[in-house]
Design a protein around this ligand. Structure first.
Ligand SMILES: [Cu+2]
Length: 511
């Protein structure tokens, strides 16, 4: 196939060696490591329950970052089991096996690339696979022998599945509640455009940045130019040669598509009554665009009152029914409410990248935990890590004449409180019962700066100073960062700690 490429950055702006990993490069690295694996060929099945190279394994070169300096390209590889018994392109990030090394692969001249720094069970570095094999054969290093049947039980270990020998929980044979549209969907989708009640916006999805909404309007007025995921950062701490200090910026790997497609799963993250939309990404392995079902649109029952009041002679209210736009393993959700509110939400709903737990590691006298996490399975430690999500919220409230305000809730003497609005007031009124009150101190932010967390309550407003409501108050939106919740369902961690609450409902199926 003929291809032409054109540089989109200035020379030196972004170093070539900091580019995302791609299939062509990984293919060359795999080929390069074949020689080393040919040398290690006996030690692998002996250590890891008969698994064979290359049919049973997957070499993961993407233990980020690809460099520390911004100009080098030097990656660590780890050995994973490939497939869960369904498709060989799947791989297992839970049972990462303790054989690892580094590859030096800068620039485009692949003849200069090489593998080095081999480790077995965190013992090394061995300059070559030969050196490692020699240490192994002469019993100069600790060895591991995984239990027989380890490989056959991989799926059971990973996903929380129902144990068919145990009785069902009471009433568990019945269906749970379902939402349906008694008179059909309340939204209209036309290509990328979604209309629901007073809302109108366009949906898009990009491989690098993930889902994005554009031209968001409420009652015909522009609210946002763009509302989008920007990047996801993860930072892992583990006791592992290939995985210590892992830093991922997920845009490097593809947030919406990339190495593998990510799709919504009907009846799991996308309800049965949802509408599924497709986005496409460039699949390097086939050198073609790949369409995937990545976005789910539905109206939800908010299971709450948007507002209500019950008086003696009347009752009134409105049931909360937002329209929701959702998208896959990191489940992003954008909710649009009847009253003009927008809510975005993300769950880390995938499974952990675990690290190998060595039973006989002399560093850990307590055999249930290391300095980096708990033992969560027979050969698995759940590493300490976090997920950070960056969103881009580009307001155009009605037009582009927007300003940013901080609304500070403070406490202090009466006169000080009043003078925040009128500095000429000479004395506090006599009717305050204490010389101490809560008050509001508005601050119009004039220059771009970072906002640091204050001891007092602080709200962030974006307002259009030329547009007033009928009370003469500037119209705007408050940005409310909500609490960070830890709601990961990272499967293996929960199951092996006995914490899983939904084993009966979860199922694994071939697709
Ligand atoms: Cu996680």
């Amino acid at each position: 196939m003929q291809m032409t490429s054109q540089a989109m950055t200035q020379s030196g702006e972004i170093h070539f060696n900091t580019r995302p990993y791609e299939a062509v490069e990984v293919g060359i690295l795999n080929k390069m490591c074949e020689l080393d694996f040919a040398i290690l060929t006996d030690s692998i099945p002996e250590s890891f329950d008969g698994i064979k190279y290359p049919e049973d394994v997957f070499l993961n070169f993407a233990n980020g970052p690809p460099n520390m300096s911004g100009t080098a390209r030097d990656s660590r590889w780890s050995l994973l089991l490939s497939s869960f018994g369904y498709d060989p392109r799947d791989f297992d990030l839970l049972h990462i096996l303790p054989l690892s090394g580094r590859v030096h692969h800068p620039g485009t001249n692949t003849s200069e690339w090489y593998a080095y720094e081999f480790h077995y069970l965190n013992q090394g570095p061995f300059r070559t696979a030969h050196d490692l094999l020699h240490a192994y054969k002469t019993n100069a290093i600790r060895k591991v022998r995984l239990d027989k049947g380890f490989k056959a039980r991989i799926l059971d270990r990973i996903f929380p599945m129902r144990d068919n020998r145990k009785p069902l929980r009471d009433q568990a044979n019945k269906h749970g509640p379902r939402t349906y549209y008694p008179t059909g969907p309340t939204y209209k989708i036309d290509g990328t455009n979604v209309k629901w009640m007073d809302w109108n916006f366009d949906i898009s999805g990009g491989q690098i940045r993930g889902p994005a909404l554009f031209d968001v309007k409420f009652k015909g007025e522009r609210i946002l130019y763009e509302l989008a995921v920007n990047d996801i950062a993860l930072n892992y701490a583990t006791d592992s040669h290939s995985q210590n200090n892992i830093i991922y910026a997920d845009a490097t790997y593809g947030i919406m598509g990339g190495d593998t497609p990510g799709t919504v799963i009907k009846d799991i993250d996308c309800p049965k009554h949802g509408s599924v939309l497709q986005t496409s990404f460039w699949l390097t392995a086939t050198q073609r665009a790949y369409n995937m079902s990545s976005i789910c649109v539905y109206e939800a029952d908010g299971k709450s009152a948007l507002w209500r009041h019950a008086g003696m002679g009347f009752e009134a209210g409105l049931r909360n029914r937002p329209v929701v736009i959702g998208n896959y393993d990191h489940t992003f959700e954008f909710h649009f409410f009847l009253d003009g509110k927008i809510f975005n939400y993300v769950r880390a709903s995938g499974f952990i990248q675990a690290s190998f737990w060595e039973r006989d590691d002399p560093k850990w006298p307590d055999k249930t935990r290391s300095s980096f996490g708990y033992k969560v399975s027979d050969y698995m430690s759940g590493p300490i890590h976090d997920h950070m999500f960056g969103f881009k919220v580009d307001f155009d409230l009605i037009d582009r004449n927007n300003s940013f305000q901080l609304v500070n809730w403070k406490a202090g003497p009466i006169l000080k409180a009043i003078r925040t609005q009128n500095a000429s007031i000479p004395a506090a009124p006599e009717y305050f019962i204490y010389n101490e009150t809560r008050y509001i101190d508005w601050e119009r932010v004039q220059t771009e700066r970072a906002i640091t967390k204050q001891a007092h309550q602080q709200f962030m407003f974006v307002v259009n100073t030329r547009e007033k409501n009928k009370w003469g108050v500037e119209r705007g939106y408050v940005i409310e960062p909500l609490a960070t919740e830890s709601k990961e369902t990272e499967a293996a961690q929960m199951v092996d700690q006995g914490l899983a609450g939904s084993r009966a409902e979860a199922s694994v199926r071939s697709v």
